[in-house]
Design a protein around this ligand. Structure first.
Ligand SMILES: Nc1nc2c(ncn2[C@@H]2O[C@H](COP(=O)(O)OP(=O)(O)OP(=O)(O)O)[C@@H](O)[C@H]2O)c(=O)[nH]1
Ligand SMILES: [Mg+2]
Length: 326
């Protein structure tokens, strides 16, 4: 299993077996196959299926520089102290050029670089058709297959993609910091809805009280709309750079997990997640098939007939879809 060719292998059963034995290169290779949307992906998914659902998946999101990686680093330390294996996916949905962020994450997480119980991996949306929302759950499955008890998914909170990625988690942590107008931004970006636990990091800075206060008000406004057995989103203050408050975050995570189980919300979330995933895969396939038609003469021919007013666009689309089905 230690052959150097592992890094380029498409021998999926061998890769999964090696990953299960804890070979980090096999894990890295499998995540790369996922990230690049490799043709071997269906086989990867099928081979990993028996191990899926075995890890607790925790999402961390928040504005750039708010302290996600520092917090992740501290959480990894705590999880490792419990003797559990942990995987970290640092996901950048915003741009294909993640060099800086990846470097930053590597530097901050090098504490764990030599720990065999920790896998750390950065992912970008590089060329992945379904975007990270499609790739991330499969990457999580690779880490579950590799025996991780907990998977932490860090996403930069910009745009809409982080809402998608964060909603792939069992529990989502939203980080804010004083003086960044984060509380307001959180509402705008729809972050308030996806947060299970709020963390006000950099509590060593001025304005932490104001941020907590703003947040509390927004939560109580938003709560009026919620029905059913609802979870009260806690607000935890941390100074992640000094490890302060991290125990409280861990406690909040455990309490949320208990709540998920008690109200059968864990199962519901996982079904919703699987539904999104299946839909994303199906859409990606359909889009690829349409692209094939596009490259052929069929679409061009239909387009010419639309311009010549022999066909209206809807009838042309019907003809195209009929081709797909036929
Ligand atoms: N003062 C203070 N600085 C902190 C704290 N936590 C993190 N930092 C610093 O904030 C900077 C950004 O921290 P990161 O953990 O990289 O933040 P991030 O959210 O992962 O950043 P991106 O991945 O680039 O979005 C670093 O210089 C940290 O040392 C804190 O509690 N207090
Ligand atoms: Mg980071």
């Amino acid at each position: 299993m230690t052959s150097p060719s592992l890094r380029r292998s498409r021998d999926v059963p061998a890769l999964v077996a090696a990953a299960r034995d804890g070979d980090p290169r096999a894990v890295a290779r499998l995540v790369s196959l996922v990230e690049n949307g490799d043709p071997a992906l269906p086989e990867v998914a099928a081979t990993l299926a028996p191990y899926s659902g075995s890890a607790q998946v925790i999402g961390l999101t928040g504005s750039p520089g708010v302290g996600k990686s520092t917090t992740t680093n501290e959480l990894v330390r705590t999880i490792r102290a419990r003797g559990q294996r942990v995987g970290v996916l640092a996901v950048d949905p915003s741009s294909p050029f993640t060099g800086g962020a990846i470097l930053g994450d590597r530097v901050r997480m090098q504490d764990h670089a030599t720990d065999a119980g920790v896998y750390i991996r950065s992912m970008s949306s590089r060329g992945h058709l379904g975007g990270l929302a499609a790739a991330t759950p499969q990457a999580v499955r690779v880490l579950e297959g590799a025996g991780c008890d907990v998977v932490l998914v860090e996403t930069v909170g910009v745009g809409q993609a982080e809402v998608e990625v964060a909603s792939l988690a069992d529990t989502t942590l939203v980080l804010l910091a004083p003086g960044m107008g984060d509380a307001i931004q959180a509402v705008k970006a729809g972050i308030l809805e996806i947060a299970d636990v709020f963390v006000v990091n950099k509590a060593d800075r001025d304005g932490a009280d104001a941020t907590v206060h703003d947040l509390r008000q927004m939560i109580s406004l938003a709560r009026r709309e919620i029905r059913g057995p609802s979870w009260r989103q806690p607000i935890v203050r941390t100074v992640a750079a000094k490890g302060e408050g991290v125990d409280d975050v861990v406690r909040a995570l455990a309490e949320h997990h208990e709540w998920l189980v008690a109200y059968d919300e864990l199962g519901r979330r996982r079904v919703a997640r699987a539904r999104d995933e299946v839909e994303a895969i199906a859409l990606r396939r359909l889009r690829a098939e349409l692209a094939d038609l596009r490259d052929g003469d069929r679409l061009a021919g239909l387009a010419e007939r639309v311009v010549a007013r022999e066909l209206d666009p809807f009838a042309a689309a019907d003809a195209l879809i009929a081709d797909l089905r036929g």
